[in-house]
Each structure stands twice: as C-alpha cells, then as structure tokens.
Design a protein. Sequence first.
Length: 101
Amino acid sequence: MLPEQFTDRRQARPGAPDFTDSVCWHLLLGDQEPVRAMAREAQQRLACFTGLHMTPLRWLHATVLLAGRAADLTQADMDQMLTKARLKLKGTAPRPSPSAA
C-alpha cells in the first residue's frame, strides 16, 4: 500500500499547484541514455508498488517553468515569452543527441 501523499497525485489537493490548462516549459530528456537508465532503474525499484504512474521514457522531462494557466495568458504573452527565450538562447548550440554522435 502506498503512503497517502503518493496516491491520486493528479487530483486537486489543498496547497498543491493546479496544472489544469497550464502553460509549462519543459526540458525534454527522453533522448538522453543516462537519464533513461536512471529512470529504468527507479522504475524497477518501484515496480513492487501498485498504483504508480511512470512517465514513459520518451517523455522524461524537467519542468523548468510553470508560466500560468492558458486561460490567463494571451497569445501576445506567449509570443513575448518565446521572443525573450530566443534572444537569451541566441548563439547557444543545441546539444547533439547521443544517437547522432
């Protein structure tokens, strides 16, 4: 049996952030073999517990920003975030996928 704080984590709870209809920026990590290996090991260790949701390996990610609810953001807001991100990241080369190496 899982501790109560691990059950129904996607349900609304007092004090928990509401990710319904959220705009999030994610750093996708599913193509990184070391991250996949760590996730596989963790999943194997947790396999004896029923009721856990395991993120599929291809969708492993780190949430780097919860920008807000989509209903509260205009297209202009999202365009402005994207413009600022592009300016900040200009000149930063993408990290090649390990499979491309």
